[in-house]
Design a protein around this ligand. Structure first.
Ligand code: DGL
Length: 269
């Protein structure tokens, strides 16, 4: 069996990254950990998020993964240096790939980032974008209601539309040059259509929507190809899913993953 890719998130949202991974690397084996006992990370302090993220990563490293993907923007924004410093295995976060994709898409260099409170508070996207292009303007907005809307399966309803209008109108009122929006949270791809619709209402110019989950997989692809690790077994890779609390993972997973889970195990970290 080829060595698996390890992916973790605070809960179910990171399955949007797994979905992308399985589309691009169908043969790869994946170990996914959702820290459902301690979700949400988005409202917690940076110190706590770092502590939780390190225990998640250690669990995956014990399972001999060859690559760790931090499929949680809050953990990436607050804990990536500590995660990378604690292992020789490559660790990919969500923020840098999202920042790079935003810079590649933006012409005006005015970029908005939507994320959890923890991601916005960290300033990680501003830093990642500013390092590459100090002339870029970045505004970040926490959209906490998007997470429960996505989990409830209400990502494309009128309620989501109202919430998106409320969050985004302020952004465009203050800056009508924004031409790129980063969905800087693993849950937000489920509201992509609604965000896109609201952008069309609020801006006279086209606005590009960047999905940090897809951007992460692009970075992982470069990594896997560079180290000749793309060739797995000649059958579809297994997805082993672990949670720290049974909660609603089995019910919610198909919404984020696009398929039902074959294997689900509850673990204590
Ligand atoms: N997974 C988190 C993120 O991408 C969202 C959910 C949470 O707050 O834990 O930021």
């Amino acid at each position: 069996m080829n060595q698996a890719i390890g992916v973790f998130d605070s809960g179910v949202g990171g399955l949007t990254v797994v979905r992308e991974l399985r589309q691009r690397f169908p043969m790869k084996h994946i170990h996914y950990l959702g820290d459902t006992a301690r979700v949400p990370y988005g409202t917690k302090s940076a110190r706590t998020v770092e502590r939780y993220a390190l225990t998640c990563q250690n669990f995956l490293l014990e399972r001999q993964v060859k690559l760790v993907m931090v499929a949680c923007n809050t953990a990436s924004a607050n804990a990536l240096p500590a995660l990378q410093a604690s292992t020789s295995v490559p660790v990919i976060g969500a923020v840098h790939p999202g920042a790079l994709a935003a810079l590649a898409a933006s012409r005006s260099r005015h970029i908005a980032v939507l994320g959890t409170l923890g991601t916005v508070r960290s300033g990680a996207y501003e830093e990642a974008i500013g390092q590459r292009d100090p002339s870029a303007t970045v505004v970040a907005r926490a959209c906490p209601l998007f997470v429960p809307l996505a989990e409830e399966g209400w990502g494309d309803t009128d309620i989501a539309l109202l919430a998106a209008r409320r969050y985004l109108s302020e952004l465009f009122e203050n800056n009508d040059l924004i031409d790129t929006i980063v969905l800087g949270c693993t849950h937000y791809p489920l509201l992509r259509d609604v965000v896109s619709k609201v952008c069309a209402e609020l801006s006279s110019k086209p606005v590009q929507i960047i999905d940090s989950a897809a951007a992460m997989v692009t970075q992982a692809a470069a990594h896997l190809e560079a180290s000749a690790q793309t060739d797995g077994d000649a059958r579809r890779g297994a997805l082993q899913c672990f949670v720290t609390d049974e909660s609603r993972m089995e019910e919610l997973a198909p919404r984020f993953l696009g398929e039902t889970l074959d294997s689900l195990e509850t673990v204590d970290l």
